[in-house]
Design a protein around this ligand. Structure first.
Ligand SMILES: C[S@@+](CC[C@H](N)C(=O)[O-])C[C@H]1O[C@@H](n2cnc3c(N)ncnc32)[C@H](O)[C@@H]1O
Length: 346
C-alpha cells in the first residue's frame, strides 16, 4: 500500500542498524528468544519482516484498517489453507456489485441528488467493494469462514481497493474526474501469507496506554512525523474496515475521529508524549524512526533519549512521499534517522 511513512523501502536500513546495535551490545539472545514490538505498525511491513527473522511480534496501531491488515500479517501462522483462501478470493471476485454504504456515499452515481457529489471510487468499484465487504461479514456470521480467514480476506480487500482510489494519494480529497487507475475494474488480490512464530499479538490501541501493558526486548517506534493525522487521511479505509454505517460529514464525507487524533501530530504535545513513551517502555532496546523535517527536532529527540541510557543514531537519505499531483518545491529526498537507545533500567 502507498502509505504515508511506510518503511517498505527502508527495511534493509532498519534491519542492519538494529543488528549492528545488538552486536555492539553483545546481545546473546537469538531472535527466536526475543520479543520485537512495532507499536505504530501502519501497513505491518516492519512487523512482517522481523517476524520472518524469527522474532515474536507485538504489533499495534490506533487505526482499525491497520489492525486488520496486521492481524493477518502477524497472527496468521499455520492456520490458513492456501488453496481454500484462493477459492474464497475467487468467489468474492465473482460477486455482482451491491449499492451499499460505499457506493451510496462515495461514488458519483451513488451521491446523485445529494448535497455533496463524491468521486472516491468509480461506481463499479464502489459497488464491488460493498458486495465483497458485505459477503465477508456474512460469511463470518454464518460460520463459513473463521476469524483467521476473516482478517485475511478483509485485509486483502483494504489493500486491493486502495489501488483503485480516485485520489492523489490519501483520502483527504478526491479528484474531479476519474484517473486512469480508478477507471480500471477492481480485482481483489490476496495478501501474501507469511508463516512464522505463533507467539504474536496485535492490538488496536493508543500507544500511550498500551505502553504500560506490554514488555519485551526491542521496541520499534515509527510515529507520524508531521501534523497530518492518519485518521482523516485514511478515513475511507477505516470505514471500509469497520463498515459500521457512520454518520459522515462535509465534502469529503469524514467520519467522527476525535478518539483517533494523535498527539504525535501536534507540535506542542509531541515531545512530552514521546518522553512518556520512553520513560514507561519496558524494553531494553528502543529504536525511533524520524526524519529531518519532523515536528520534533533532532536535538530534542537526542536530549530525551540520552536521559534514559546509551544513545546512538544511524542515518540514510530517503525518497520523499509524494502525491500524484504534488507540485511543491521541496527537495526530493529527506534524511531518515534511526535513533537508538539501550535503556539503563530495563
Ligand atoms: C509512520 S506511520 C507507520 C508506518 C509503518 N511503520 C509502515 O511501515 O507501514 C505511523 C502510524 O502510527 C499510527 N498512530 C498514530 N498515532 C498513534 C497512537 N497514538 N497510537 C498508536 N498508533 C498511532 C498511525 O495510524 C500510523 O499508522
Amino acid at each position: 500500500m502507498n502509505y504515508i511513512g511506510s518503511k517498505y523501502s527502508l527495511i534493509d536500513f532498519l534491519e542492519s542498524s538494529i543488528d549492528k546495535t545488538l552486536k555492539l551490545h553483545n546481545e546473546t539472545k537469538k531472535s527466536s528468544e526475543m520479543v520485537f514490538a512495532d507499536l505504530f505498525a501502519g501497513t505491518g511491513v516492519v512487523s512482517g519482516s522481523f517476524k520472518q527473522k524469527g522474532y515474536s511480534i507485538i504489533a499495534n496501531d490506533i487505526q482499525y484498517y491497520s489492525y486488520v491488515i496486521t492481524k493477518h500479517v502477524i497472527e496468521n501462522n499455520g492456520n490458513l489453507d492456501k488453496k481454500r483462501c484462493d477459492h474464497l478470493i475467487e468467489e468474492l471476485n465473482n460477486l455482482d456489485g451491491v449499492e451499499g454504504f460505499i457506493y451510496k456515499n462515495y461514488s458519483y452515481g451513488g451521491t446523485e441528488g445529494q448535497e455533496f457529489r463524491r468521486m472516491y471510487f468509480s461506481d463499479f468499484n464502489a459497488k464491488k467493494c460493498d458486495a465483497i465487504r458485505i459477503a465477508i461479514e456474512t460469511w463470518l456470521k454464518q460460520g463459513k469462514i473463521n476469524e483467521h480467514e476473516y482478517y485475511f480476506l478483509l485485509g486483502s480487500l483494504i489493500n486491493s481497493i486502495d489501488k483503485y482510489a480516485n485520489t492523489a494519494s490519501v483520502y483527504g480529497a478526491y479528484l474531479k474526474t476519474l484517473k486512469k487507475s480508478a477507471l480500471k475494474e477492481m480485482e481483489l488480490v490476496a495478501l501474501p501469507i507469511m508463516e512464522g512464530t505463533v507467539e504474536c499479538k496485535v492490538y488496536n490501541e493508543d500507544i500511550s496506554e498500551l505502553i504500560n501493558n506490554v514488555s519485551g526486548d526491542i521496541l520499534y517506534l515509527d510515529p507520524p512525523y508531521n501534523a497530518r493525522q492518519y485518521c482523516t487521511n485514511y478515513h475511507m479505509l477505516e470505514t471500509i474496515a469497520k463498515y459500521d454505517n457512520p454518520v459522515i460529514k462535509g465534502k469529503t464525507g469524514l467520519r467522527e475521529y476525535s478518539k483517533q487524533k494523535s498527539v504525535f501530530c501536534i507540535k506542542d504535545q509531541v515531545a512530552e508524549a514521546f518522553e512518556d513513551l520512553i520513560r514507561n517502555a519496558q524494553f531494553k532496546y528502543i529504536f525511533l524512526s524520524y526524519n529531518n523535517e519532523g515536528l520534533m527536532s533532532f536535538d530534542t529527540i537526542e536530549k530525551i533519549m540520552k536521559k534514559y541510557g546509551k544513545y546512538k543514531v544511524y542515518m540514510q537519505t530517503h525518497r520523499r512521499f509524494k502525491a500524484d499531483n504534488a507540485r511543491d518545491n521541496k527537495a526530493d529526498t529527506t534524511v531518515e534517522y534511526l535513533h537508538c537507545l539501550v535503556k539503563e533500567d530495563s
